[in-house]
Structure formats: structure tokens, C-alpha cells
Ligand binder design. Structure first.
Ligand code: C2E
Ligand code: CA
Ligand code: CA
Length: 659
């Protein structure tokens, strides 16, 4: 009983098999018109051979409406070849085809058998042949809809056999039996083919599903479940292509977390991953239309905003605000900021790559000038990029030994105001561009991979020159992030110290916190190598970066240089208390402390009041060319009017710093 019910359900087209119905429809739309054409041509041929012998109403009167209905159906199928049906419509269409097919089969068999009553043996033979070949042809054409094929076969062959049996004509009965058996066998073969067809459709569907899943995974970031970098660029390229030339403006934004690295270093990668997942959740929950946010890698995220351009900056701000909220992960609560850079299409660029680069430049500007804010790429930035490119080209062809030199700024010990050493500061006079300040060319040299070579040339010069000064003076030399993450450069620096014979105790390398953070592990290793060689290490620009006690503790640092911005703002209570606490902190950690940027006597008095021991700044003198320092040192034993310390070593520096 259950099997019969299943069979009936199958015959009525199982509504749950929408995929099969759609596939059937796609095959049938090419086969059914052929079926109708076969039916019409064959029927017309029978009508023609019976025209003389059978009544007019049968050969023409009934045939014409039959042909009309058939051709209407044929045209409707031909038209359908362009149409893609929804799953529900495909089911409906298959049911309709089974029912209409059965009806048409019934009409045709009734008509053919009615004609059999007229004419001689050859006309009657034609009818038998017509029915036989037409039913076989139709069954073949319906191979992708066996339900209809079964109905057609039953509706045609059973009356066919019954008719000849009732007339008791052995030859025709034999033909009808033959045809019946052939049809049964064909149906059997057809059913096998149909089962294979269903399997194929299922396999295709499964493959499609797997492909879609693979595609989704390939475009999703596994940690945050946001779309990934690949998706970001693909979507951007597609969008540029679709809006090309129609004047649409849209925004591309990049977001970078501030202070993520120290959080990751302090609490571990697992915590960092958790934090990024939460960032992803916050970004996914943003309730902004026409906004696509992706994770580009690390702590960098990107977005494309298709809405009104004047809202883009606000959206960037909203994202930064959302990401600035504290993160409570387990027992720990941390806060990281986010900076954002935005570039508009087509103003900032015409390709995905250009837009990304410009947004990245704007982001870099935010991060260096005012972290936590949004910067929109502008014409100013464009001009700056051009000038940077000019500097970069000049740098590429520069003769490092002749175009670059080192100037020396005195580092002064209080209270006696004795020069205990110098900070070496790079100077470049390009034959093409003139004098270029280090704050411009150093970062470009870093980016273009020239910094290590430049560092070694400058250090060699600085060491050789300071050695010719009378007394034993300390040399402070700035290293960039690239120097302190490159073991080769570090080895070469140590090599210069050994070759020139300068006492490592008289060499201090200045590094900034940010340069250490960018690649903490390798930086820490390189710094240890330098320290093992006997030099001192100084943390430069302290107070502007993370000012993390963790770094002071974990890295082999001997000295802290308080950034000049604090001295410049020494009239403000905040700056005063920052300077006071850093000086005290250094004292309690037994570290040296140099206060930079002392420009006037008021600032000096304040620092003297704090019992600061090492200072540096325009008040004592700017960085001067070596020749002028040498001349004044040799002639008067002073530099910038200050006495040169005669014996500067680690111990005298410690005395100078008040220990
Ligand atoms: P820095 O290491 O913080 O160097 C101190 C900067 O402050 C120098 O600028 C110096 O001229 C300036 N300065 C000194 N005293 C005062 C003062 O009283 N008031 C003011 N307003 N400024 C003062 P400079 O020479 O333009 O160097 C800028 C930066 O370029 C340096 O900052 C350092 O980060 C980098 N730099 C310079 N030479 C080198 C180098 O040889 N290698 C590397 N990697 N970086 C260098
Ligand atoms: Ca410095
Ligand atoms: Ca500094």
C-alpha cells in the first residue's frame, strides 16, 4: 500500500524534488516541441491517406482543431526555452505536462482508431503503423518525464490492444501486442536512464553546494567571520567596473587598531585573537546601510561605503568610536583605539590598488599625527606623495658618503653644564633637491630599503669624527626600526665599533618604542646583541608612544629620553607632572634620563628643580657640523660655550644623572 502511495506521489510529481523538476524542465523544453512536431506530421500523413475514404469531419473537421491545439502547445514550449522557472513553477509545469500530455494522447488515439473503420488494408496498416511509431517516438521524447511517458503509453497502447482484440483480427492483435511489449521494454530502459539522470542532478546540486561553500570560505576571514582581503579587493574591483563612467562617487576606508600590538604582546596571542573576534562582532553589528566591512589581515580592516559621500567620514568616525569602547575579555578589560583613512573614488584613484594606497596613506597620516581620528585623502596628501617620490628618486641615486653628513648636538650634564656627549643627527644636501630634513628622508629611506646602508655610512662617520675630539665623549646615535630588526646591520654596527676602537661604553643607540613594537621579538634579540657588545641603549621620544613600563622592564634599556613636546609644554600642569613622573621613574629604575628640547632658562630651572642630570636642546646648542665643533673644542675646550667633559665614562654619566 505504501509503495502504491509512493508511486502515486511520484506520478503526481513529488513537490519536494524541486531540483529534479527544474532539471526536467530544462531538458524537456528542447524535446517536447520535437514531440509535437512528430505528432502533427504523422497525423497529417494519416489524414492525407484517409482523405478519400474517410468522412470529411474525421480527416479534416476534427484534425484541424487537434493540430491547432498541438501547435499552440508547441509554440508555448518553444517560447519557454528562454525562461528560467522557479522551483515551484517547475513543479507546476511538470504536472501540467503530465495531464495535458495524457489528454492529447487520449484525443489522438481516439481519432486514429476512429479512422481505422475506413479504407482498405493499406490504409488500416497505416493507422496501425502511425500509432506504433508515434507512441514510441513520444515515449522517447518524454524520457526526462517518465510520468508522462507512462501515461501516454498506457493511454495509447491499452486501447490499441483492446480495440484489435475486440475485432478479433490476429495480425493486428499481434502488432498491438508487439508494440505493447516494445513500449514496456523501452519504458524499462527509460526508467534506468531517468534514475541516472536524477542521480546526476543530485550530484550536480551537491557539487554546486560544495563550490558555493568553498567560495564562501575562500572569501571569509576564519577568525572574525567578516569577508576577507580577497573579497574586499574583488568587491572593490567589481564595483569600480560597474560604476565606471557614470559619475558615482564612493568611499574606501581603512581602519587600523591603535595599541593592538602591545595588548597582544602583553596578554598573549589567544587574548589578541579574542579581541579581534570581538572587533569583528562589533563591526558586523554596525547598523549602516550600503557599508561592506572586511578584515584585511592582522589588526587592519577595510570598508567600502556606497552611500552618500558626505556621510563617509562620519561613518569612519562611528567605526572608530565603536572600536574604542572597552573590551571585557575574561577577567581583563582593555581599551584599544582605532584610526581611519578614507579615499574617494574617482578623486583619489581609478583602480582598487590606487584607492587602497591612498586610503592607506590617509590612515598612515591619522596614525602618525593624531591616532584615533579619521583622515580623508586630499590634494595636500597628493602633493606630499609627489614630493616624497621626488625625494625617493633622489635618494635612490644619492652618493651616501658625499651627500650625507652628521651634525652633533651637545648632551649636557647638570648642574655643572658640562658637555658629556653628542647626539649624531643625519643631514642630507641633495644636489637636485637641496637640504632635506631627516624627518622626511629617514622614513623614505626606511620604506625604500636604503636605511641600513645609510645607517652604517652615518655611524662610521660619526664614530670616526667623535674620536678626533679631545676628551672622551659619548656618542648617541639613532637607529630605525629596520636597523634593529636586521641582525646583519646590528653585526655591522658592532663591527664598526670594534674596527674603530671606540669604547662601546661611549656609544648609545637610540631607539623609539614604536620601532621596537613593530617587530618586538626580532627587535628584542637584536637589542640584546648590541647590549652584549657593551653599548648602551636609550628609549627615544619617551612619552609619545605607548610609554609602557613593560618595555622598560623587558628590554635591556639603560636610558630614557623624554620627548621634547613635554618640555615645550612645561607650563601646562599635565606636561609638568609627566616630566616629573618620568624623571622619578627613571631614578627608581636606576636608569639614565635625558630631557630633550630645552629651549629656555625657565624650562632649565624647572628641570634643575627636579634634579634632572642630563639635558639637551637649543638652549645649549643645536646640532652643529663636525668642523665647527672640532674647531671650538680644539681652540677653547668648549662647545657652544660649554666645557667639554674630559673623562666621560659610564661612572661619570651615572654621577651626572644623580646616582
Ligand atoms: P630625534 O632623535 O628626536 O632627534 C632630536 C630632534 O630634535 C633633532 O631634529 C633635533 O635637531 C631636534 N631638537 C633638538 N633640540 C631641540 C629643541 O630644543 N627644540 C626643538 N624644537 N627641536 C630640537 P632633527 O635633526 O631634525 O631630527 C629629526 C629626527 O630624525 C630625529 O628625532 C630622529 O628620529 C631622526 N633622525 C635624525 N638623524 C637620524 C639618523 O641618523 N638615523 C635615524 N634612524 N634617524 C635619525
Ligand atoms: Ca634621538
Ligand atoms: Ca627624541
Amino acid at each position: 500500500m505504501g509503495k502504491f502511495r509512493d508511486f502515486c506521489r511520484w506520478m503526481m510529481i513529488d513537490p519536494s524534488r524541486t531540483d529534479i523538476a527544474q532539471a526536467q524542465y530544462n531538458e524537456l523544453k528542447f524535446q517536447i516541441p520535437a514531440l509535437y512536431a512528430l505528432l502533427m506530421v504523422n497525423a497529417a500523413a494519416v489524414s492525407y491517406t484517409h482523405y478519400e475514404v474517410a468522412p470529411f469531419y474525421l480527416t479534416v473537421g476534427i484534425l484541424v482543431p487537434m493540430l491547432f491545439i498541438t501547435s499552440v502547445r508547441m509554440v508555448s514550449w518553444l517560447r519557454a526555452s528562454e525562461v528560467v522557472l522557479s522551483p515551484e513553477d517547475a513543479i507546476k509545469k511538470m504536472r501540467q505536462t503530465v495531464i495535458l500530455g495524457s489528454l492529447i494522447a487520449a484525443i489522438y488515439i481516439w481519432w486514429s482508431l476512429s479512422l481505422d473503420g475506413y479504407g482498405g488494408p493499406s490504409e488500416r496498416g497505416h493507422v496501425a503503423l502511425f500509432i506504433a511509431i508515434t507512441v514510441i517516438g513520444c515515449i522517447f521524447c518524454l524520457m526526462h518525464l517518465p510520468q508522462a511517458a507512462i501515461m501516454v503509453m498506457a493511454i495509447v497502447t491499452i486501447p490499441y490492444l483492446a480495440y484489435y482484440l475486440s475485432r478479433g483480427e490476429d495480425v493486428y492483435v499481434a502488432i498491438a501486442m508487439n508494440i505493447f511489449l516494445v513500449c514496456v521494454v523501452i519504458l524499462q530502459v527509460l526508467m534506468n536512464g531517468y534514475r541516472g539522470f536524477c542521480k546526476l542532478v543530485e550530484t550536480q546540486k551537491e557539487t554546486e553546494r560544495l563550490n558555493a561553500e568553498n567560495e564562501r570560505l575562500a572569501h571569509t576571514d576564519a577568525l572574525t567571520q567578516l569577508p576577507n582581503r580577497r573579497f574586499f579587493f574583488m568587491g572593490l574591483r567589481e564595483h569600480i567596473h560597474s560604476v565606471k563612467a557614470d559619475g558615482t562617487v564612493f568611499a574606501v576606508g581603512l581602519i587600523d587598531l591603535d595599541r593592538f600590538k602591545p595588548v597582544n604582546d602583553t596578554y598573549g596571542h589567544k587574548f589578541g585573537d579574542h579581541l579581534l573576534t570581538t572587533v569583528g562582532e562589533r563591526l558586523q553589528m554596525l547598523d549602516v546601510d550600503e557599508l561592506n566591512v572586511c578584515r584585511l589581515g592582522g589588526d587592519e580592516f577595510g570598508f567600502v561605503y556606497y552611500g552618500a559621500p558626505d556621510k563617509a567620514e562620519l561613518i569612519g568616525k562611528k567605526i572608530c568610536d565603536v572600536l574604542r569602547e572597552p573590551y571585557d575579555i575574561g577577567e581583563i578589560s582593555v581599551t584599544v583605539g582605532a584610526s581611519c583613512g578614507i579615499a574617494f573614488y574617482p578623486e583619489a584613484g581609478n583602480t582598487a590598488h590606487e584607492l587602497f594606497d591612498r586610503a592607506d596613506y590617509a590612515l598612515y597620516t591619522s596614525k602618525t599625527n593624531s591616532p584615533g581620528t579619521v583622515t580623508v585623502y586630499s590634494a595636500d596628501h597628493e602633493a606630499r606623495i609627489r614630493s616624497e617620490r621626488a625625494i625617493e628618486s633622489a635618494l635612490q641615486i644619492a652618493d651616501l658618503t658625499t651627500e650625507f653628513e652628521v651634525h652633533f648636538q651637545p648632551i649636557v650634564a647638570l648642574p655643572k653644564k658640562v658637555v658629556v656627549g653628542f647626539e649624531a643627527l643625519a643631514r642630507w644636501t641633495s644636489p637636485a633637491l637641496g637640504e632635506i630634513p631627516p624627518c622626511e628622508f629617514i622614513s623614505i629611506a626606511e620604506r625604500s630599503g636604503l636605511i641600513q646602508k645609510l645607517t652604517l655610512v652615518l655611524f662610521q662617520k660619526a664614530v670616526t669624527q667623535i674620536q678626533t675630539l679631545p676628551g672622551q665623549l659619548c656618542l648617541s646615535f639613532n637607529l630605525s626600526a629596520h636597523d634593529i630588526t636586521c641582525p646583519g646591520t646590528v653585526e655591522a654596527l658592532v663591527g664598526i665599533i670594534q674596527k674603530t676602537g671606540i669604547s662601546p661604553k661611549h656609544v648609545t643607540f637610540e631607539v623609539t618604542e614604536t620601532s621596537v613594537i613593530s617587530s618586538y621579538e626580532s627587535a628584542a634579540r637584536c637589542l640584546q646583541t648590541l647590549r652584549d657588545a657593551g653599548v648602551r641603549l636609550s628609549l627615544d621620544d619617551f612619552g609619545t608612544g605607548y610609554s609602557s613600563l613593560g618595555y622598560l622592564h623587558n628590554l635591556p634599556i639603560d636610558c630614557v629620553k623624554i620627548d621634547r613636546s613635554f618640555v615645550a609644554g612645561i607650563n601646562e600642569p599635565v606636561a609638568r607632572s609627566v616630566v616629573t613622573s618620568i624623571v622619578n621613574l627613571c631614578r627608581s629604575m636606576e636608569m639614565l634620563c635625558v630631557v630633550e628640547g630645552v629651549e629656555d632658562s625657565d624650562q632649565l630651572s624647572f628641570l634643575e628643580g627636579l634634579d634632572c642630570r642630563l639635558v639637551q636642546g637649543f638652549f645649549f646648542g643645536p646640532a652643529l657640523p663636525f668642523e665647527s665643533i672640532l674647531e671650538s673644542a680644539l681652540s677653547s675646550g668648549t662647545v657652544a660655550g660649554l666645557q667639554l667633559s674630559e673623562t666621560v665614562n659610564a661612572d661619570s654619566l651615572k654621577i651626572a644623572s644623580g646616582e
